[in-house]
Design a protein around this ligand. Structure first.
Ligand code: SF4
Ligand code: FES
Length: 260
């Protein structure tokens, strides 16, 4: 059977070159069995244009660096089979993040700043004992492990309508990070501490609920559930705060949420 010929129309631009103009450049390839978009791009770079910029490290959906817009949707190149794509495919870099060149964007700077902004570490007064593993229930460990599976690919942020409108938005990945520490029994922060981090339109109340983030996550993280959980939890926390900034009643218990 004749092999399929596929065309990739790839965004090209070097923001550091004043003469560079953003454009789409077509590349034509013969599809090979089990070819991924990553292998197609590698072949284009090896055989057709060594100047093509795109990122990868692991080729196994672990490092998160190969995310790009494939026919308008954020996807990992290493997890996208060419056989799933039509004869003509457009490739753009992820929006929202700083363009390095062609399909390569700088997600690292944003994720590092976001981690600091949402205070992404266990806050505890306990002394760390390196010889003793802290115990937690299987349910708690499963919840924390599940939320820790984020590979920081940026697909959810690229798909997020609010993030496109306001660059100061924490993004689904940032809010997921907050949920991860709310779920961690070692973290001694209260609901009010966590509410302080996300209580503005840059945080949980900026989410307009389109939930494209949920549909775009290559790790199938439960973004819709987590965003709804945070919104409900912090709305109730907010209601419980008086003018003096103190929580006057335990709203969490009233509505059956974990009292933390
Ligand atoms: Fe990527 Fe999912 Fe993490 Fe968003 S939540 S950065 S889509 S792995
Ligand atoms: Fe690491 Fe695709 S190369 S996630």
């Amino acid at each position: 059977m004749a092999k399929r010929v596929v065309t990739f129309e790839i965004f090209r631009h070097n923001p550091l070159d004043p003469d560079s103009r953003p454009r789409l450049q077509p590349f034509i390839l013969e599809e090979t069995p089990r070819m991924t978009l990553f292998t197609a791009l590698t072949k284009i770079r090896e055989d057709l244009d060594p100047s093509l910029k795109f990122d990868f490290v692991c080729r196994a959906a672990v490092c998160g660096s190969c995310a790009m817009l494939v026919n308008g949707k954020p996807r990992l190149a290493c997890r996208t089979r060419v056989e799933e794509l039509p004869d003509r495919t457009t490739l753009f870099p992820l929006p929202f993040f700083k363009l390095v060149g062609d399909l390569s964007v700088d997600t690292g700077t944003w994720f590092r700043a976001m981690g600091a902004r949402v205070r992404s570490w266990v806050h505890t007064m306990e002394q760390f004992n390196p010889t003793l593993e802290e115990r937690m229930s299987n349910e708690e460990a499963t919840a924390v492990y599940d939320l820790d599976r984020c590979i920081e690919c940026g697909c959810c942020v690229a798909a997020c309508a609010t993030a496109q409108m306001r660059p100061d938005f924490m993004g689904p990945a940032g809010l997921l990070r907050v949920a991860r520490f709310v779920a961690d029994p070692r973290d001694q922060r209260t609901s009010i501490d966590a509410f302080d981090v996300v209580k503005t339109d840059e945080g949980i109340f900026g989410c307009v609920g389109f939930l494209a983030c949920h549909d775009s996550c290559p790790k199938n993280l439960s973004l819709a559930t987590q965003l709804a959980y945070l919104r409900r939890k912090f709305m109730l926390t907010g209601i419980g705060i008086g003018k003096d900034g103190k929580n006057h009643h335990n709203v969490s218990q009233t509505v059956g949420l974990p009292a933390r």
